[in-house]
Design a protein around this ligand. Structure first.
Ligand code: FAD
Length: 298
């Protein structure tokens, strides 16, 4: 019998939130509403993604810099090795340091042609994620997070090969890994056992995706190499035209997942927010997080 930690308010739950840089004025408004709604929950950090092929360089920078300027939340900037020279990437990294940003999520990235296309390092670029981590650490004393794949990266020969890459990133200076999203907690827990048994001791934070749209999530999962269990499809069956029920089901599914992880001793969670606050806010509430009243008022 597990002690049901999720039934009490655990004082040591920590969360972080991931956003993507907005493309339009309307999307920008939604993003900032979400940031201002979630910020009073005192996340450890909020991160902003970097478009495939480096396509959002300016927008990522602008969003991260505004978070640094206008909120008390610590921002983290995602950065990839794709389609840029080392000098160009180093300039971006220095720009972040000057803007007061102290945390980079360093990734190899996918080519601009999309997932499945072969990654070719730029001839003068960083050749892989470990080289990027080392490059960022050489420039300044950044905190560096990296990716981890409980169900294997789609290009990877085996989980073992993934673990070797993770170890190379840690040797290069990474201090935290955030996982690709998953729906079966057993998958994450097995992966955690495996990496711990291989001497990996940095935090491996589970990445949680609330299912805003089942179709979209299933497509995304297929590209990312995350499996979508039949029970999840069953839960959303028949709800394509019923957004209201879908949202209630989505909140329930994600709450079940995180509360089960709490019962198994997990205390850190990274949420893929898709720039929407409501589901994530509700799940954080169930995790026992309450807004800081002063920040809420501000
Ligand atoms: P790595 O961890 O370096 O490698 C992933 C796998 O590829 C390895 O495990 C290994 O199997 C194989 N591999 C890599 N290098 C080698 C090698 N030298 N030899 C053999 N095998 C190798 N993408 C974006 O474009 N922008 C983002 O902002 C972004 N944010 C992300 C955030 C998180 C938390 C995660 C999990 C992913 C994110 N991605 C993002 C996706 C990521 O860029 C892709 O999954 C990409 O294909 C791999 O990048 P990586 O840093 O995860 O690769």
């Amino acid at each position: 019998d597990f002690p049901r930690a999720s039934r009490t308010i655990c004082p040591d739950i920590r969360v972080s939130f991931e956003f993507f840089p907005p493309k339009t004025v309307a999307m920008e408004a939604t993003l900032w509403e979400s940031i201002f709604r979630l910020a009073p929950l005192r996340p450890s950090f909020v991160s902003v993604t970097y478009g495939a092929g480096g396509t959002t360089r300016e927008r990522t920078h602008a969003t991260v810099a505004r978070i640094a300027r206008e909120t008390i939340v610590k921002p983290a900037a995602h950065l990839t090795c794709v389609a840029a020279t080392r000098d160009e990437i180093d300039e971006i990294v220095k720009g972040y340091w000057e803007a007061g940003v102290r945390h980079i999520v360093a990734l190899r990235g996918d080519p601009q042609d999309g997932v499945g296309a072969k990654f070719r390092p730029h001839p003068q670029g960083y050749e892989n994620s470990a080289a990027l981590v080392a490059g960022v650490r050489r420039i300044a004393d950044f905190e560096v997070s990296v990716s981890a794949y409980p169900e294997r990266h789609p290009e990877s020969a085996s989980v073992e090969a993934d673990v070797d890459v993770l170890k190379a990133k840690i040797d290069a200076g990474a201090t935290r890994a955030i996982t690709q999203f998953f729906f079966e907690n057993e998958c994450y827990l097995r992966y955690l056992d495996k990496v711990r048994s291989k001497g990996v001791d940095i935090p491996i934070i589970p990445g949680i995706v609330p299912v805003q749209s089942f179709k979209q999530t299933a497509n995304f999962a297929a590209r990312a190499g995350a499996s979508v269990p039949q029970w999840l499809a069953d839960r959303f069956e028949g709800l394509d035209d019923d957004p209201q029920t879908r949202r209630l089901v989505a909140a329930t599914v994600a709450a079940e997942q995180v509360l089960d992880l709490v019962d198994r001793g997990v205390r850190d969670f990274h949420f893929y927010t898709m720039n929407r606050a409501d589901l994530v806010y509700a799940i954080c509430h169930l995790l026992g997080l309450r807004p800081n009243p002063e920040q809420k008022a501000a």
